[in-house]
Design a protein. Structure first.
Length: 378
């Protein structure tokens, strides 16, 4: 039954609904090119667009070969292409837990299984990858049907970057077992408290490596619908992978001509939007800490090295789902519970860092007062 309360989305992830938008004149100019009247299909994307991506990323320290770059409609579509490329029906990929639940759906649509490997948390130092679990999964019966390890750098929702020592071990394991790395770096450029040894996987040459990125987070343009896959690895194996990925990409040709032609103008606006988002995520994290995390508080904000999500740990007065439902019914607060992301312990809730800081502080205060009432009821 509806309570009639307004809904306050504490887990908001759509930048266009929290004030992170571009000047409409910029978008009108970027998408208004006469070249958009012509269509030159290329399975990897228009060569000039691929050069624009490579030049822009490489100028900021990346390592992208435009001839090993595939433009697609989104990173989600990129995952689907890679699962097609690397797996036969019934094969598996290793994915992080906690992690984003979309992986299970994307893999399932390709008849691929997901097997989780744990991320472990120790406060206040943060998260670590259980690399031993990855190796054990590959050595156990059926491990020969695991085709790739998926890394999120930084992970969503934990906000943890891959440490150098973790990277070296995982690359060694993949090389030993002849499997690929799929690395999602859509949040890489949004650090909060990053590891000193964080690094992009672009250009990783020791194993087949597929790095995903796109405009949705980098430029706060989910509506533009453009992502990409950057390939690198041992030359002989990557020639074969590129040839087969050409066939997959050519069956879809999903990257739109207008957005590909608009890339130079859109990339020119990246610095301004990234600065705005970076200021926002730091201010919102500060607001959450002021509202919830002080000496003696029953709430704790887990260490977050980067990304758009803060994880809040709170007292378990009720099962997590009951808390989430009561927050919505009694306070109008919509917040994603930890079990959405396969968090092992509860209750945890995912708070958006791209909310306006004033709303973040106000809504976190409503969250705190709700728990104060729960404590009084106990």
């Amino acid at each position: 039954m509806s309570s009639g309360l307004p809904v306050y989305d504490l887990s908001a992830s759509n930048p266009t609904r929290v004030g992170l938008v571009h000047d409409p004149a910029l978008l009108a100019a970027a998408f208004g090119e006469a070249a958009n009247a012509r269509y030159f299909p290329d399975p990897r994307g228009i060569p000039a667009a691929r050069r624009a991506v490579a030049d822009h990323v490489n100028a900021r320290g990346g390592v992208i070969d435009p001839d090993r770059l595939y433009l697609c409609a989104s990173t989600s579509e990129g995952y689907g292409w890679l699962f097609k490329l690397l797996c036969d029906p019934g094969d598996a990929v290793l994915v992080p837990r906690p992690g984003y639940p979309l992986f299970d759906h994307l893999a399932g649509l390709e008849s691929v299984r997901t097997l989780g490997y744990p991320l472990e948390y120790v406060h206040p130092s943060g998260w670590r990858i259980d690399v031993e679990h990855i190796e054990a999964a590959l050595r156990q019966p059926g491990g020969d049907r695991i085709r790739a390890v998926v890394l999120i750098n930084p992970n969503n929702p934990t906000g943890s970057y891959v440490a150098r020592a973790e990277r070296e071990k995982i690359v060694g394991i993949c090389a030993e077992h002849g499997i690929a790395l799929i690395v999602d770096e859509v949040f890489f450029g949004f650090p909060l408290e990053p590891r000193a040894d964080r690094a992009s996987f672009l250009g990783e040459s020791r194993v087949p490596c597929f790095v995903l990125d796109g405009l949705s987070k980098r430029l706060c343009l989910p509506q533009a619908k453009l992502g990409w896959i950057a390939l690198s690895g041992p030359e002989r194996g990557m020639e074969d992978a590129a040839a087969r990925l050409d066939i997959i990409a050519d069956a879809y040709l999903s990257a739109g001509t207008p957005v590909m032609n608009a890339l130079p103008a859109l990339f020119a606006a990246e610095a301004a939007i990234v600065a705005k988002v970076t200021e926002r995520i730091h201010a919102s994290m500060k607001a959450y800490r002021n509202a919830l995390d002080w000496p003696g508080s029953p709430h704790r904000i887990l260490r977050c090295e980067g990304g758009w999500t803060a994880l809040v740990e709170s007292p378990r007065y009720l099962p997590e789902e009951d808390i989430a439902l009561r927050l919505l019914r009694e306070e109008g607060l919509s917040v994603q519970p930890g079990y959405f992301f396969d968090m092992e312990h509860e209750p945890h809730f995912a708070f958006s860092l791209i909310l306006e800081p004033e709303k973040a502080f106000e809504w976190a205060g409503m969250y705190r007062r709700f728990f104060d009432r729960l404590a009084a009821e106990s």
